[in-house]
Design a protein around this ligand. Structure first.
Ligand code: BGC
Length: 361
């Protein structure tokens, strides 16, 4: 029986390890080993238990995806609009995760000076969030070149320069402004990534000694790479993040950027005991790590793409959000108004089933 369970686990982990978000690597410890270390899934109560103390008060958040994460704002069909800040506030979110492709806005080496235009735009977003009492996470997103870090150490210099400028620029902002060092590092060995995090933190701490900073592990911020994070013990303003899109064949069915995903169309998620247990098992790994280290956990991305059927998307989203809360993780849904969107910007209306899956009425 146990053997069968292990074999099943191995298969599930292997399948998810083949996703573009989670490609098999040789450098990090085997995800199979990590998952099988977790003995029995801990059943999680499904009542929301999120408290203000959790994770530096990030609470419930939504990603402003497809806006400034695109090569240029508007390229992926969405501009940041002032009304979005009102909408998310009124809906009951506490935080906006704000992904920005800063690396597309730097000048040449050695200064990598950020364009004044991008800083002005982010200033505007920070101001709009702050004025409404929303937290905002400034997230260095889509620094896709980072996959070449091992061969090109100059990429670290560019990231540190971005952070030196952002940290200086936002140092006087209130504590409700958070920093996230780099979204979804992948194809980077954990020790090299730990070095990047250590150096970026030391740059940030020069001007922002007490600001909450979000950090995540390699393999696209997977839950099982939290274990490989080596963070400065003296830093007590860190939040660890992981992203969760499992089962990938369900959440990314028909996603244009995920190879072979048309074959997954029609995949459902009905919340069977087995489906729930898989999620509980994965989340328990993150919770155990958080308990061991004392570092709060933020589930910074999860979502199911619009090509899946709505009842499945709602059931999965609700189960993830409530399970995260029961484990005292703050969370951010991916994303507001594009392909995973809880808001329909064409008809100016919420997709209420999805919204209420996140924020119960
Ligand atoms: C990427 C998005 C993508 C999403 C889901 C994010 O981290 O930046 O472009 O849509 O993950 O795959």
């Amino acid at each position: 029986m146990i053997r069968k369970l292990l074999a099943l686990l191995t298969l599930v982990v292997f399948l998810s390890s083949c996703s573009p978000k989670n490609p098999p690597t040789t450098e990090s410890p085997s995800p199979v080993l990590k998952s099988t270390q977790v003995p029995t899934p801990t059943p999680a109560p499904l009542e929301p238990t999120l408290t203000a103390e959790v994770a530096g008060v990030l609470g419930r958040a939504v990603n402003f995806g497809n806006m400034l994460e695109a090569p240029a704002e508007g390229d992926w069909g969405l501009f940041v609009k002032e009304e979005y800040f009102d909408l998310v506030k009124e809906a009951g979110f506490q935080t906006i995760r704000f992904p920005v492709r800063f690396s597309a806005y730097t000048g040449s080496a050695p200064d990598y000076k950020l364009s004044p235009a991008i800083l002005t735009r982010v200033d505007w977003a920070v101001e709009n969030a702050t004025r409404r009492g929303l937290n905002i996470i400034i997230d260095v997103h889509h620094f896709d070149e980072m996959v070449g870090l091992t061969k090109n150490p100059e990429l670290k210099v560019q990231l540190l320069s971005i952070w030196q400028q952002l940290a200086e620029h936002y140092q006087d902002q209130p504590a409700s402004v958070y920093f996230e060092i780099c979204n979804e590092p992948n194809n980077i060995p954990a020790p090299a990534w730990n070095e990047v995090l250590r150096d970026a933190l030391s740059v940030i701490r020069t001007t922002n000694p007490d600001r909450w900073v979000v950090v995540g592990g390699v393999d696209w911020n997977s839950f099982y790479t939290l274990e490989s994070l080596e963070l400065p013990a003296s830093d007590d303003h860190l939040i660890a993040t992981f992203h969760y899109y499992s089962p990938f064949e369900f959440t990314h069915q028909g996603a244009e950027w995920a190879a072979g995903s048309n074959d997954w169309l029609g995949t459902k998620w009905s919340g069977t005991e087995e489906e729930k247990a898989a999620i509980l098992r994965d989340f328990s790994v993150a919770r155990a790590w958080s308990e061991k280290t004392g570092i709060p956990v933020f589930l910074g991305e999860f979502g199911a793409y619009s090509k899946g059927d709505m009842p499945s998307r709602v059931a999965w989203t609700q189960f993830i959000a409530r399970t995260a809360e029961s484990m005292n993780f703050s969370w951010a849904y991916w994303e507001l108004a594009a392909g995973f969107g809880i808001y329909d910007p064409v008809n100016s209306s919420w997709r209420t089933d999805l919204l209420h899956a996140l924020i119960p009425e």
